[in-house]
Ligand binder design. Structure first.
Ligand code: CA
Length: 226
């Protein structure tokens, strides 16, 4: 029998909360939803969750305080924050105080689920902001990337794409998912900008190494694997 994964959604926007809850229940998760910080803290005391989806903007408390409170209590649940677009400071702050990953609004349910799977697979947390895939490591706090111990210089966009792929190690990401993650605007569907960035990343990360970390999944997209 499969283990049931328990998820808590802390989000005051009913529309988002309901849409996420429905999607996760369809995937077989056990889901509770609360709409305020106070309710959230109560729920966390009474039940153990594998994963907590935490919106940063709540009517009575902010998500950072809730996140800090959860970690101060020694609770190890994975925490996935929901943040507004373009708030890089929020993401960094969140990761610093113990969130494991973030997702920017608006998002599609498929992306949320793939992030959740990656988090649940990888266990409670990214140690000190370090994510590793094979001999490639990326630090979400210092924004440094190393391949086989050698520093790799990446542009901000390249970093953002690589981070997204590494968080989702082993998960095939479509061009659309990568675009949605890394850019705020819509591309026309014939744009090959993702391919261009992948080519640049390969040059910096895989060139000269026998083991290629960025893999092409023909007809679908890309994934990273150690
Ligand atoms: Ca909100």
């Amino acid at each position: 029998m499969n283990k049931i994964i328990k998820v808590l959604i802390i989000e005051d926007e009913r529309k988002i909360s309901n849409f996420v809850k429905r999607g996760l229940i369809e995937e077989g998760y056990e889901v509770d939803a609360v709409f305020t910080g106070e309710e959230a803290l109560g729920k966390i005391e009474e039940k153990e969750y594998n994963l907590i989806i935490l919106d940063l903007m709540l009517p009575d408390m902010n998500g950072f305080d809730i996140c800090k409170n959860i970690r101060d209590k020694g609770i190890q649940s994975s925490i996935l924050m929901l943040t507004a677009r373009n708030s890089i400071e929020d993401r960094i702050k969140g990761l610093d105080i113990g969130a494991d990953d973030y997702l920017t609004k608006p998002f599609v349910i498929g992306e949320l689920i793939s992030r959740m799977r990656a988090l649940l697979r990888r266990g409670p947390s990214v140690v000190d902001g370090n994510i590793s895939v094979g001999d490639l490591s990326l630090n979400t706090k210092t924004h440094e990337v190393f391949r086989a111990g050698k520093l790799v210089e990446l542009s901000q966009k390249e970093f953002s794409i690589l981070e997204y792929m590494m968080v989702n190690e082993g998960v095939v990401l479509t061009r659309t998912m990568i675009e949605d993650h890394a850019w705020d605007y819509e591309f026309d569907s014939f744009s090959n900008v993702v391919d261009v960035y992948i080519r640049m990343l390969r040059k910096k990360i895989d060139d000269g190494y026998k083991n290629k970390i960025i893999k092409t999944v023909r007809g679908v997209g890309y994934k990273v694997k150690g």
